[in-house]
Design a protein around this ligand. Structure first.
Ligand SMILES: O=C(O)C1=C[C@@H](OP(=O)(O)O)[C@@H](O)[C@H](O)C1
Ligand SMILES: C=C(OP(=O)(O)O)C(=O)O
Length: 434
């Protein structure tokens, strides 16, 4: 995979950016569409690689079902005489797609092996598999207990409508169950145990289900969805606020910034829209008008010292890198889930920030930035650890470090394929090598 060399000859940014569609919203919409018997339509599929991959898998699943029905009805010849209904689905590095498809296939008749990248095989799925087994799904582990690959064997018969699930490891397990809940004959009453992490993502799921005609009741730690029909409707995918965060970071590190991010609105389903509030601390004002958000930079002394990232974990790298670059010794909480994402993001941040003398020190649940030995190198090589957000969160450093080189440029495709070309359009020099 080619590396990327990134420079910015001046410290001004001014221009318009058209962001990609939200990966989180799109992956939910695609599963809802697949479960809706043709009633729900996704308006604008995101070009994030994870969403494109999920859309392709769901389309193939649908096509092979139609084919099998035709074979069964004697309308067409089977493709081969040894045709097996068992398919292997490789979801690569797409965590949400892995979790959502696990729940989706658990209640279908298809026999499927669900696998993914090397890292995906290290990302836990046991909590979701246990919950689905309790509901009546037949799922086996193919390699290590609690981790993909898994074999889903069909023959779902609902055994119970009430289950308990831990809320503090990943909200994606909860979303996965909520997405299929209305299709369960007995519906679902989900009792969330412990603190709920990444709560806005659960709210996003319920809001999108509601748009698709599915009602819910959420009281304290219990979310209930009865068996019910989807409405005939279409789902619109908003631009991605996590992607927008890198432009906020660029504005925060620039001397002068005037950016317009199209399509974003003040009321978003995405919890990461909180980046507007976070970045207000760094002097970035957000003005919603003209069909998007205008970012303006004002000189402002940095005051906020504590950032809780529990509800917006995907912003953690963005904000930590900005603080490090500005030498702002802030404290961060709510970073527990970062160790099980595309890479161990805590370790990755510690390793890369050390290249500019900054330490991210773990003290129990609290992480503190120590910038006492910070320096600005002439050039810096950024390892990206198969994590799109490691590349994108460190890219704004091009405004203060003369030359940056990123390992594996295409890593950004997971959620924001046009990231490097968008930087180029805004006056960054982007060179692909190797
Ligand atoms: O539901 C979603 O779309 C997501 C939920 C979050 O994961 P966790 O719930 O595991 O924190 C987030 O980090 C991920 O990028 C997307
Ligand atoms: C954690 C992320 O994605 P996923 O869990 O879907 O792989 C992410 O995009 O930051």
């Amino acid at each position: 995979m080619p590396n990327i060399i990134l420079n910015k000859s001046n410290k001004q940014v001014k221009g318009t950016v058209n962001l990609t569609g939200s990966k989180s919203e799109c992956n939910r919409a695609l599963i809802i569409e697949a479960l809706s018997d043709g009633k729900v339509h996704v308006d604008n599929v995101s070009d994030a690689a994870d969403a494109v991959l999920l859309a392709g898998i769901l389309r193939k699943t649908q096509e092979s079902r139609v084919k099998n029905q035709e074979v069964l009805a004697g309308e067409v010849e089977p493709l081969t005489t040894h045709h097996s209904p068992l398919t292997t689905v490789d979801i690569g590095p797409a965590g949400t797609a892995m979790r959502f498809l696990t729940a989706y296939y658990a209640i279908q008749d298809d026999e499927v092996i669900l696998t993914g990248s090397k890292r995906m095989k290290e990302r836990p799925i046991g909590i979701l598999v246990d919950a689905l087994r309790e509901l009546g799904a037949h799922i086996d582990y193919k390699e290590n207990d609690g981790y993909p690959p898994i074999k889903l064997k069909g023959d779902f018969e609902q055994l119970t409508g009430k289950i308990n699930i831990k809320g503090d490891i990943s909200s994606q397990y909860i979303t996965a169950l909520l997405l299929i809940a209305a299709r369960l004959p007995q519906g679902l009453e989900l009792h969330i145990e412990g603190e709920l992490t990444s709560r806005p993502y659960v709210e996003m799921t319920l809001a999108m289900l509601q748009t698709a005609g599915i009602q819910h009741v959420w009281t304290d730690n219990v979310i209930a969805i009865a068996n019910q029909e989807f409405a005939t409707t279409s789902l619109y995918i908003e631009p991605d606020w996590s992607a927008a965060s890198y432009w906020y970071a660029i504005a925060a590190l620039a001397d002068e910034a005037e950016l317009f991010l199209t399509g974003l609105t003040a009321y978003s389903l995405q919890g990461d829209s909180v980046i507007t509030e976070i970045m207000a601390n760094f002097g970035i004002t957000s003005q919603f008008k003209d069909g998007g958000v205008h970012l303006l930079k004002e000189a402002k002394p940095l005051s906020r010292k504590i950032f809780d990232m529990k509800e917006c974990p995907d912003l953690a790298q963005t904000v930590i890198v900005v603080c490090a670059a500005l030498g702002h010794e802030a404290t961060f909480t709510g970073l527990e889930t970062l160790k099980i994402k595309e890479t161990d993001r805590i370790l990755a941040l510690q390793t890369e920030l050390a290249k500019m003398g900054v330490k991210l020190i773990e003290k129990g649940q609290v992480y503190k930035l120590d910038c006492s030995e910070k320096f600005i190198p002439e050039s810096m090589f950024i390892n990206t650890y198969h994590d799109h957000r490691m590349a994108m969160a460190f890219a704004p450093l091009a405004l203060i470090i003369p030359q940056l080189e990123f390992e594996n440029g295409p890593v950004v495709e997971k959620s924001y394929p046009a990231f490097w070309t968008d930087l180029e359009k805004q006056g960054f020099t982007v060179q692909s090598i190797g």
